[in-house]
Design a protein around this ligand. Structure first.
Ligand SMILES: Nc1ncnc2c1ncn2[C@@H]1O[C@H](COP(=O)(O)OP(=O)(O)OP(=O)(O)O)[C@@H](O)[C@H]1O
Length: 279
C-alpha cells in the first residue's frame, strides 16, 4: 500500500524566477525507507515540506499537482491541498535539522508528552507512548533531564522521539544528522534502523550518502526540481558517472569501484580482494 503519492507536483516560491519543484512524481510504500538525494537547490527540502502541507498552507507560492497521504490504520486518504497542517501532522511527522528549535519543555519526558497532550489523548496512552518512544531512541534513562543539557546526538534523538510519540504513518528527516558530531550521527543512524524494524515509513534527506547507500530500500535523486533517477541503492549506484556529473558526493567505495571498472560497491565491506596471489 502506498502511504504517499506525489503527482506532477510543481511549486514556485513567490518572487522566485524558476520553480523549485517542476513536475515531481513519487510514491512511497508503507514501511519503506526512502532516501532523497540531489545537488544543492534541487528541491529536496521544498519537496518534504509538501508532505505535511507546510507547503502550500504556511509557505505559500504557486502550487499545482497533488500530494496524497494515506493513513493505513484508518484507511483515510488526505489531499494535502485540502487538509489543514494540524491534521496532516498526525500522519506525517517532520524531524528538522536543528533540534534546538523543536525543544522547549523542562524535561525530556515532557518534551515527548507535549504534542500528545495537545492531541487530547488519555493520560495512560500518553505515558505508554512516551515510554515506547524514549525506549526506541535509547533515552529512557534521561527522562528527567533538562533538554538543553543533552548532547547533540541526544537532542536529535529526542526530536525523533517527539515525532515518534505521535505515531505518524510517515517520519520525514531533513538533514537530521548534519549538525551533530560523528558519535551523535551514529546514534541517530542506529535509531533510524530501529524505526525500520518497527515498520515505520521513513523518508530521509541527507548530504552524507554512505548510510543511505547501505541501508535505504530506495534512493530518489532530484535534479532541477524533478526526479532524475530512482531505484534501489544498487540500481542508482550503477549510474555513478551521471551522479558524479551532478556534483553529488558519493561514498568512496562507489567512486573507487567505478574507477576500477568493478560492479558498484555500496560499502567498503563489499570489497572482496579479486586478485589471487601467486607463490
Ligand atoms: N523560501 C524560499 N524563497 C524563495 N526561494 C526558495 C526558498 N527556499 C528555497 N528556495 C529555492 O528553491 C530551490 C530549491 O531549494 P531547496 O532548499 O528545496 O533545495 P535543496 O535540494 O533542499 O537544497 P540544499 O541541499 O542546499 O538544502 C532553490 O533554487 C532555492 O533557492
Amino acid at each position: 500500500m502506498n502511504v504517499l503519492e506525489v503527482r506532477n507536483l510543481r511549486f514556485q516560491y513567490p518572487r522566485s524566477k524558476k520553480p523549485a519543484l517542476n513536475g515531481v512524481n513519487l510514491s512511497v510504500r508503507r514501511g519503506e525507507m526512502v532516501g532523497i538525494i540531489g545537488p544543492s537547490g534541487s528541491g529536496k527540502s521544498t519537496l518534504v515540506l509538501t508532505f505535511n502541507g507546510v507547503i502550500p498552507h504556511s509557505i505559500r507560492g504557486d502550487f499545482s499537482g497533488e500530494v496524497l497521504v494515506r493513513n493505513p490504520s484508518t484507511g483515510e486518504e488526505l489531499r494535502t491541498l485540502e487538509t489543514p497542517v494540524s491534521k496532516l501532522s498526525t500522519v506525517v511527522g517532520l524531524v528538522l535539522q536543528n533540534p534546538e528549535s523543536q525543544l522547549f519543555n523542562m524535561t525530556v519526558e515532557d518534551e515527548v508528552a507535549f504534542a500528545l497532550e495537545n492531541l487530547g489523548l488519555p493520560r495512560e496512552e500518553i505515558e505508554e507512548r512516551v515510554s515506547w518512544a524514549l525506549r526506541v531512541v535509547g533515552l529512557e534513562g534521561k527522562r528527567e533531564e533538562f533538554p538543553p543539557n543533552l548532547s547533540g546526538g541526544e537532542k536529535q534523538r529526542l526530536g525523533i522521539a517527539s515525532v515518534l510519540g505521535m505515531k505518524t504513518t510517515i517520519i520525514v528527516m531533513d538533514e537530521t544528522t548534519s549538525q551533530v558530531d560523528p558519535g551523535g550521527k551514529k546514534e541517530v543512524e542506529n535509531v533510524i534502523l530501529r524505526l525500520r524494524k518497527e515498520g515505520v515509513t521513513v523518508i530521509i534527506v541527507e548530504h552524507d550518502y554512505r548510510f543511505l547507500f547501505r541501508n535505504a530500500d530506495r534512493i530518489v535523486v532530484l535534479k532541477d526540481g524533478r526526479v532524475f533517477l530512482e531505484g534501489t541503492p544498487r540500481e542508482v549506484a550503477r549510474r555513478v558517472g551521471e551522479l558524479l556529473g551532478l556534483g553529488i558526493k558519493l561514498p568512496h567505495s562507489l567512486i573507487l569501484s567505478h574507477r576500477l571498472g568493478l560492479p558498484p560497491l555500496l560499502s567498503p565491506e563489499e570489497f572482496q580482494p579479486r586478485v589471487t596471489h601467486q607463490r
